[in-house]
Design a protein around this ligand. Structure first.
Ligand SMILES: CC(=O)N[C@H]1[C@@H](OP(=O)(O)OP(=O)(O)OC[C@H]2O[C@@H](n3ccc(=O)[nH]c3=O)[C@H](O)[C@@H]2O)O[C@H](CO)[C@@H](O)[C@@H]1O[C@H](C)C(=O)N[C@@H](C)C(=O)N[C@H](CCC(=O)O)C(=O)O
Ligand SMILES: Nc1ncnc2c1ncn2[C@@H]1O[C@H](COP(=O)(O)OP(=O)(O)OP(=O)(O)O)[C@@H](O)[C@H]1O
Length: 510
């Protein structure tokens, strides 16, 4: 992979990003990076970030960088080409795509945004497309990035949507590994930080929106959060929208701004406002671990996708039927027909999303990543509605140094639905986990919910399971399959909630 300096200048000018170009020598660029520690010979180095220091550029030059791209010039740096731009993140995304030779053009790209359900929908979609594409579907999700068919081509993600250079590099790797399809999650932060600037998708999904990610390092307010999420639709050839979402009118208008109505698909749950939607899904039957739902195609264009029919899921929750409906439509737009979607979907399981453990004498255990009001409400209200006579026991904590409003939110949602709450530790960071639990506890309605605080998460889960009866529902919320606790700047190893529960159940049933 290479870049020609003149080509870079043209591209930046085309997007009105170039303020100044100081060219010392003309050479071919054979590597790109934003980290001085990974610079290679004849590399291009991007100076970006709130914590950026000039010494990184000095190190980059020492390590072989010949060109830097930055929003400000560094006059002390001699003997390097300088491309001074008015937005380094946008410049990086454009030059990154060019450097990796536009790998997105070789992939059918399906992208999901939404406050909740991105990972689940992405996994469902990939589950179907893997069978449709002969195992050639890449996945960029919050949990992992899969760039090829071999186990070593799957690795853990650090961000939901990676930095642009990493994104285009991984797309290139996926193409070189023979992948033909890509399913990816796009966070609002990815748009805020221009990680996906210039990227177009074959299909873009808007799943839902509720207040989240608003704070000092993320979005200043809800309007900014929504605006960032809407960008996905503006950059998609086909748009698929959950018509039950909050702010539907704004969302639909954003799609219509750049997409013909024929290429916009709407779906909604039966019983809501389904008059003008293409697909309606409806719950048929749910056990404690599986659910059955149907998708009806209401319009000619929906029928043409050939995906309507009855479906089964190996995880429950009406919200997961919504996520699965989205996946079926996405896979349908890629060409996957009903029968294939049906058989593929039935087998998809997602790490830490409604994973179920059935015990002999201690109820049904759910491990779920629900970690804010919207997701906890969706989860607990579903369980309550379908099991009005069963006791709901929740093990939950709230993280330190972020999302402080979640503490009051958890108190509210527990008061609404839970019978028993075990408050415990969840990534306390630099805060005292006991104080965090106390903040939740003081807002819980103790007339409705019995509360016990057990700071050791393993012990909290053990006590919750041991004290439950065969008919009870025990929900281990918030951490999904996280195998660490973030404590005072360190990731301390933790077996993960599912493994902890499995161990406790094994010990009990020995
Ligand atoms: C607020 C935010 O998005 N920050 C991201 C951003 O940081 P930054 O650009 O400010 O970089 P920085 O940490 O100040 O570092 C400065 C620069 O110096 C470079 N450096 C550093 C040390 C050195 O020796 N040499 C060197 O060159 C670094 O490579 C970096 O480019 O770029 C970094 C990668 O270069 C990200 O790791 C970092 O994500 C932080 C950790 C983060 O937590 N982000 C969250 C908010 C996020 O993006 N979340 C969304 C999901 C939430 C949602 O749904 O919106 C996500 O997509 O994951
Ligand atoms: N469509 C939905 N509506 C409301 N809640 C949902 C929905 N889908 C999933 N959830 C809940 O949210 C949790 C997180 O789901 P998922 O990981 O799919 O979402 P996400 O958008 O990737 O989330 P995040 O941005 O927090 O990583 C699930 O464990 C579940 O409790």
């Amino acid at each position: 992979m290479t870049l020609i300096l003149n080509g870079c200048i043209l591209l930046l000018k085309e997007h009105q990003l170039l303020k100044q170009a100081d060219i010392v020598f003309d050479n071919e660029i054979t590597a790109v990076t934003y980290d001085s520690r990974t610079v290679q010979k004849d590399g291009m180095f991007f100076c970006k970030g709130t914590n950026f220091k000039e010494e990184y550029l000095v190190q980059a030059q020492k390590n072989g960088a010949t060109t830097y791209v930055s929003e400000i010039a560094y006059p002390n740096i001699k003997g390097m080409n300088a491309l001074i731009v008015n937005d380094v993140q946008k410049a990086m995304a454009l030059l990154g795509a060019a450097f990796y030779d536009y790998p997105q053009n070789k992939l059918f790209v399906i992208a999901f945004t939404g406050t909740k359900g991105k990972t689940t929908s992405a996994y469902f979609t990939r589950g179907i497309l893997q069978n449709y594409s002969n195992k050639k579907t890449a996945l960029f999700s919050t949990i992992d990035r899969i760039v090829g068919p071999k186990p070593e081509q799957r690795f853990k993600s650090d961000l939901t949507t990676p930095e642009s250079l990493d994104l285009f590099r991984d797309m290139r790797t996926a193409v070189d590994n023979g992948m033909t399809h890509l399913v990816m999650e796009v966070s609002s932060q990815a748009y805020k930080r221009n990680r996906v600037y210039g990227l177009h998708y074959d299909v873009g999904f808007f799943l839902n929106i509720s207040p989240d990610h608003i704070g000092p390092n993320e979005h200043p307010d809800f309007a900014d959060y929504l605006h960032c999420k809407l960008q996905l639709l503006v950059n998609s050839k086909y748009c698929v929208i959950n018509a039950d979402t909050a702010c539907f009118e704004e969302v639909y208008q954003a799609a219509k701004a750049t997409t013909a109505a024929d290429n916009i698909y709407l779906f909604a749950k039966k019983g809501k406002n389904t008059d003008n939607v293409d697909f309606v899904y409806s719950s048929q039957e749910a056990t404690l671990a599986d659910s059955e739902f149907s998708i009806i195609a209401q319009t000619v264009k929906a029928q043409a996708l050939n995906v309507a029919g009855l479906y089964q899921l190996s995880l429950i929750g009406d919200f997961n039927e919504s996520n699965a409906t989205a996946a079926v439509i996405g896979a349908g737009l890629a060409g996957a027909p009903y029968e294939l979607a049906k058989t593929s979907l039935a087998n998809v399981r997602i790490p830490g999303r409604m994973e179920t453990l059935k015990t002999q004498d201690h109820g049904t255990i759910y491990v779920d990543y629900a970690h804010n009001y919207a997701s906890m409400q969706a989860l607990l209200s579903f369980l309550k509605k379908n099991n009005p006579d069963k006791k709901i026991i929740v093990v939950v904590g709230s993280p330190g140094n972020k999302g402080v409003s979640r503490r009051a939110d958890f108190a509210k949602v527990l008061s609404e639905y839970a019978d028993f709450a075990y408050l415990t530790t969840d990534d306390p960071g630099f805060e005292d986990p006991a104080a965090i639990c106390a903040e939740i506890d003081e807002r819980i309605d103790h007339q409705k919910v019995a509360v016990q605080t057990i700071l050791d998460r393993f012990q909290a889960i053990a006590v919750a399971i041991k004290q439950s009866n065969p008919d009870d529902l025990v929900i281990l919320a918030g951490k999904g399959r996280d195998n660490y606790q973030k404590v005072a700047g360190e990731d301390q190893p933790y077996p993960d909630d599912f493994n902890v529960a499995k161990q406790i159940v094994l010990d009990l049933e020995d």
